[in-house]
Design a binder for this molecule. Sequence first.
Ligand SMILES: [Zn+2]
Length: 493
Amino acid sequence: MKPSTAGLALFAALLLLALASGSPRPAESGSISPSALRFDGARALAEVDAFLLAAGGPRPAGSEANARGRAHLAGRLRRFGAVEEQAFEFRIPEGSLVLRSPWWRDRVRAGEVLSFANLFLDLPGEAPEAILLACHHDSVPLAPGAEDNASAVGVLLELASALEGRRLARTVRLAFFDGEELGLVGSRRYAAELGADRRERIVAAIALEMVGWREGAPTLHFFRSRLYEGTDVPSADLLQRILDAAARGGSRLAVGDPFPGMSILYQSILRIARPPLGSDEGSFAEVGVPAALLAASSFTRFYPDYHRETDAIDRLDPRTLARSGRALEAAVLELARAPRPSPAGEIDLLVRSRRMREPWLRALAAVAGATLGAAALERRLGRATRATALLAAVALLAGALLPGGFDLPLVTAAAPAALVASVALGRRAFVRGLLAAVALLPSLALLGLLLGMDRAYRGAVDFDPSALPIGLALSAVLLATMSAGGGRIRSAA
Ligand SMILES: [Zn+2]
């Protein structure tokens, strides 16, 4: 096989894989449609505005502004039913991550006791089983917290209005937690005091975090975070159902990152690095409840005013609030009637990649692997290039053949595979260099992201020792290929 053919076949295969992993499943039958949804972005924005005005400033746990915001919130919730309050005190533990964070350092001490209060409202359904929708009503001390997280408070208030009068097969429980910014304090306390019985009744928990800024794109997340214990894998079933319902409702969500092709890479990076990211969904994942996070931020589109004084109402947009809220409304309607999602603990590492186990996708991966294998036998390619091709071929074939093991090989093989293809495709050194640089981008992005996160979190990024050497080894091979193999191609035709 000619190298150019091999390269083209490989690119085609990878492109198809990327497209297949990024597009939603075809719509299923059901009553969820854009016209059936009632959520309104402008009304949600008005709720955010009123909440911020009532609080009158940043709302850290235990502050007067926090209490004022909470009183206003309780008043708004009482329109829909009885409001439950869970008030408690909590001592900031020695060694808490927040003590090292730039937002709390010098503002809170280890051993300090603060008051917290969570608020709850039930929209009763026919069954005692519940879907829990959560947000936090507190903020960090310096930020007005319009996006983080008054936006989610407004979305849940407007959602209560949108769901009013609907027949729900399951109860929808709205939870407004305190002290998220101090380490998920409110949701942790609630989850711990639930007891096996009431915990069993929660079929799914969805937390909302920063859901309304102007340039934001609603995205589903599940972090393998060092903030939580025992939550290595998401409930892929829950995430898939939310995605499908949101798409049917006309508010398509991305998983992990909205940037084309970034989803798989992003999810892998987060699982490898286990940065202390995430929100109240983690408190439920920890106790075995299928959980997910809806946010309009991700790495390629992160809210620039996060935890700053500029996190004010003028940064929000009713259109983003509507996209988040309508996706959530569709998800709730789906989850209120569908079978229970299976809990965390599935073998799926990455949600979207589960569909790669479909036979035709496996076949595609096998073809891509075989094509690279053929490239490895191509004598006109440099030795190092052929070695890279062989490695990538083995990774792709292993991914195609091993049960449940497609995702990580794809990610680790993508960059070297693209490099081999670039070498095969490019005739001029300049073109080869350009293509190789593009092929290297994912690895460089990964490295930069890991170093950046480690600095931002002051050494708190926790690398997964099993995954990093694979990436580093492949990067080394890549560099060797660049310097040794790339220049010695005799013919690329
Ligand atoms: Zn937040």
